[in-house]
Design a protein around this ligand. Structure first.
Ligand code: NAP
Length: 354
């Protein structure tokens, strides 16, 4: 079993930045990087807004740099998924195994009740993989699905949540993107490089995306937008052949080869639901969360000098959180990295006091 001063769960910008700082503080952090190490930026092409890269950098290259930097200072990175945790007493316990015959993709569709039941089973039947004196939770966020018939059935058979990863498979094909935020704009632009046509399906009459991203999409002659339109179903045989939509109240069936779902993300906090305080959107509450619950936690943690102690601390002493699974508002690589830095510094100072 691994014993560590600091376990870091998650390997996006928050997790790796926490690892760089913790490793340089000689905490010898152990990072549980998950199966898809590197987080959401692994599914991105050009990142133009991460400071320090005048000409931009590819998302996967940036994440490889993060990882290499953490390892250079002695962080141990394990490409494995944490399946359950016990934060009720110290040292904290983390499990990485699953009962026989269970696949890790269980977590992608499981309900909160399923996960509660699984956690009980894991703790009863399996040995923990790690004991940690402190933990940084940096598990990020994952794609939200629309929830219409055919959407899940045709995942990877014409339905995708990542145009950046899959656009090249849709050369000269008829494609649709659902959503009106920056993710949808980014997916649309990625698809224009390959597809015959890209049609954005948006439920309102205006995009939510940043102005510059909207302009790129609206000025691209390959792109058409269906305003006030919802996706009702994805249809096909062994792969997608069509979609059903409602456009301005009128039902329509359209031929389609690819459907890209880009309507946002949900925080990956399922395994912490009974361990840490979450807000009503499922985000972990810390003393710096920009929510009512976060403000309450912060006011209860003000010291004699009027300063909030350990801002990245969760509702459990010694467990800190950082990144998109905490941040209801910004969700940027640079804000996640900044939060990872705070969490590592808080963990270091908290451990010193123990
Ligand atoms: P988002 O900003 O929350 O946008 C989600 C979009 O999906 C909205 O247009 C929303 O419609 C629509 N939507 C939500 N639920 C839906 C449903 N059930 N059916 C149909 N449509 C639905 O999410 P995001 O685009 O993933 O962006 C999240 C954050 O990451 C933002 O802060 C964004 O700026 C940032 N981001 C930045 C970049 C970049 O800079 N390169 C790239 C991606 C994301 P309504 O507008 O009607 O609510």
């Amino acid at each position: 079993m691994t014993k560590t001063k600091l376990a870091i769960i998650g390997s996006g910008p928050a997790g790796y930045t926490a690892a760089v700082y913790a490793a340089r503080a000689r905490l010898e952090p152990h990072i549980f990087a998950g199966f898809k190490s590197g987080g959401q930026l692994m599914w991105t092409t050009e990142v133009e807004n991460y400071p320090g890269f005048t000409d931009g950098i590819m998302g996967p290259d940036l994440m490889m740099q993060f990882r290499g930097q953490a390892e250079r200072f002695g962080a141990h990175v394990e490409d494995i998924f944490v399946t359950a945790v016990d934060f009720s007493q110290r040292p904290f316990k983390l499990w990485t195994a699953l009962p026989d015959n269970m696949a890790p993709d269980f977590f992608e569709t499981a309900s909160p009740e399923d996960i509660k039941a699984l956690t009980i089973r894991i703790k009863k039947e399996l040995e923990p993989a790690c004991e940690a004196e402190s933990v940084v939770v940096a598990t990020g966020a994952s794609s939200i699905m629309v929830g219409v018939p055919g959407e899940k059935e045709f995942l990877a058979r014409g339905v995708s949540t990542c145009a950046v990863c899959d656009a090249a498979f849709f050369r000269d094909k008829v494609t649709y993107v659902v959503g009106g935020g920056d993710s949808a704009m980014e997916d649309t632009m990625a698809l224009t490089k390959f597809a015959k046509s890209v049609t954005v399906i948006h439920r309102r009459d205006a995009f939510r995306a940043s102005q510059i991203m909207q302009e790129r999409v609206l000025n691209n002659e390959k792109v058409k937008v269906l305003w006030n339109t919802t996706l009702d179903a994805v249809t096909g045989d062994d792969k997608v052949t069509g979609i059903t939509i409602t456009e301005n109240g009128e039902k329509k069936e359209l031929p389609a080869d690819g459907v890209f779902i880009a309507i946002g993300h949900k925080p990956m906090n399922q395994i912490f639901q009974d361990q840490l305080q979450l807000d009503n959107h499922g985000y972990i509450v810390t003393r710096q969360s920009g929510t009512k619950a976060g403000v309450e936690a912060a006011s209860a943690a003000v010291d004699d000098a009027g300063i909030v102690t350990f801002p990245s601390m969760t509702s459990v002493e010694g467990v800190f959180a950082a990144g998109d699974n905490v941040d209801v508002r910004y969700k940027q690589a640079v804000t996640a990295a900044g939060q990872g830095c705070s969490a590592a510094l808080d963990a270091e100072r908290w451990l010193e006091r123990q």
